[in-house]
Design a protein around this ligand. Structure first.
Ligand code: CTP
Length: 489
């Protein structure tokens, strides 16, 4: 065992021992500053929520939330003063919250609150409260854990809802009646699924049933908040866990109906097709094992999204989905718009991968020609490696021998891609002959013929008829022009 793993073991042991003693290690200097500030102001203060949870789970966190019984804004100012008089505190009197960044940590301070929400409003009625009131209004038992930062009880965990036990058993459960917790903020239904996916926890039965009952309430939540949670699910190690829960609880039909439409198998003459919902989830998980690129993961989610609209049963061919990649490309734009996802290069990238996701398949199946490889490289450009990852993830057959064979073919395609790219530099290919040169040579104004010559030169290069250089391209331009009856100047 090396020094690093001995150290890691020791840390895990100390964390576990501390949890047993209902104590948490608060090593960062910020905690001592808060302790000092709390003493100066005579305020009971606590670190609460995600930081405590993540510390106990050994996960990294980027922000720390402090709660005190009194004014969070005063506490934040006092902590900032102790660190440096120059530190700027952002505070919001209306909400009683204050925030500043120190040493890369985002620090939030708030006075303990009692909150209640009204049926059709997102604005809570807020009153000052005790730590217990504050813990009561939090979403899950594992997020309601607090640890004291005062002198006498530094690091002591306050766990009124058995959050420690739920952390141990991997359970997501609301502290109060789940109907109340979800009605206070329906986004929490998505958060439950997000945490279950990220932590590989399971949602306690009553909590799960409450999500099913309250799913429709997600409609009052802003699209931005919903999409943030959805992206966190997508970025988890096994996003399928989240999508299955979203579907099971009925939330998916509200937030992403195009995905629900992928579900189900239809039969004609006893012939069925695969269930495209579960297939898509399998592709997404396969891909997630190889990339953290959110947009590539989105391409996996959308690669077959056009299938329900293109589905036909043909007597001779069985089920077909002709053109689903083009329909999918169009739908990607509508979905990105609706979900308020970025509409610039991220959307273009996803659309390109959706449109091209079938392209490498025949190449892998047939005898691979250099010309097909050049065309694939030309069309995919710098996204070729991502496209190959998507295509490999798309092989979800249960027949292991078949999967092995196709993957082997893809390996050959990859080797060929590398060879051709090294030889012909097609990835960022710019035709060596410009439209301007064609016009100047044949004294033409912009016209269809210029485009035709340009395209034929491009095709000749991609088909390997001429080399990718100026001399051979110019010779072909002159030949084509003369054949078309043009005169050089
Ligand atoms: N919280 C809540 N209800 C919400 C959002 C947040 O009760 N809708 C509480 C939880 O106690 C949570 C804390 O506020 O732990 C901080 O919220 P946030 O920073 O959004 O989430 P974290 O739990 O820290 O998790 P992550 O950083 O992964 O988002």
């Amino acid at each position: 065992m090396n020094i690093q793993s001995t150290f890691n073991c020791l840390c895990t042991f100390v964390t576990y021992f501390c949890a047993l003693m209902k104590k948490i290690q608060l090593q960062h200097p910020i905690f001592h500053k808060v302790q000092q500030a709390a003493e100066n102001l005579q305020l009971e203060s606590f670190v609460v929520g995600g930081f405590v949870r993540d510390q106990l789970l050994g996960r990294e966190s980027k922000d720390i939330d402090f709660v005190c019984v009194g004014s969070g804004i005063d506490l934040a100012h006092e902590v900032a003063r102790l660190i440096s008089p120059k530190l700027k505190v952002n505070f919001f009197k209306t909400y009683g919250t204050a925030q500043f960044v120190w040493d890369g940590w985002e620090l939030e301070f708030v006075g303990a609150r009692k909150e209640s929400y009204q049926e059709h409003s997102r604005n809570p009625i807020v009153e000052n409260g005790s730590l217990t009131d504050d813990q009561n209004r939090r979403d899950f038992t594992i997020n309601a854990l607090a640890a004291a930062v005062n002198k006498g009880n530094f690091g002591q965990i306050i766990d009124p809802f058995q959050g420690l036990k739920d952390l141990d058993n991997g359970v997501i459960r609301t502290p109060l009646d789940p109907d109340i917790t979800f009605s206070d903020d329906p986004l929490r239904m998505l958060r439950a699924i997000r945490f279950a996916t990220q932590l590989n926890f399971h949602i306690e039965e009553k909590t799960l049933q409450a999500i099913q009952r309250n799913a429709k309430r997600i409609e009052i939540i802003s699209q931005e908040r919903i999409t943030t949670e959805l992206n966190k699910i997508i970025l988890a190690a096994s996003p399928s866990i989240g999508f299955k829960l979203l579907d099971e609880t009925g939330l998916l039909a509200y937030i992403f109906p195009e995905m629900t439409a992928l579900k189900g198998v239809e039969y004609v003459n006893k012939q069925g097709h695969k269930d495209n919902f579960y297939h898509t989830l399998q592709v997404l998980d396969n891909l997630a094992a190889n990339t953290d690129n959110l947009w590539l993961r989105w391409a996996a989610i959308l690669h077959d999204i056009g299938k329900p609209k293109s589905k036909r049963f043909e007597e001779n061919n069985g089920w077909t989905f002709h053109g689903h990649e083009v329909i999918g490309e169009r739908m990607a734009k509508q979905i990105f718009k609706k979900l308020k996802l970025p509409l610039n290069q991220e959307l273009k990238y996803v659309q390109k991968l959706v449109r091209m996701h079938l392209r490498p398949i025949p190449i892998a199946r047939d005898e691979i020609s250099d010309s097909a490889i050049r065309r694939l490289l030309f069309d995919a450009g710098d996204d070729i490696d991502d496209l190959m990852l998507l295509c490999e993830a798309d092989i979800t057959s249960k027949n292991e021998a078949k999967v092995k064979r196709i993957l082997q073919n893809f390996r050959i395609v990859r080797i060929k891609l590398k060879e051709i790219e090294e030889k012909d530099r097609i990835r960022n290919f710019e035709p060596p002959i410009s439209g301007e040169l064609i016009m100047e040579t044949f004294q033409l104004n912009p016209c269809r013929e210029v485009g035709m010559i340009k395209n034929q030169i491009k095709d000749a290069i991609l088909d390997g008829e001429i080399a990718n250089n100026f001399e051979e391209a110019k010779a072909l331009m002159l030949k084509l022009g003369i054949e078309m009856g043009m005169k050089t100047k």
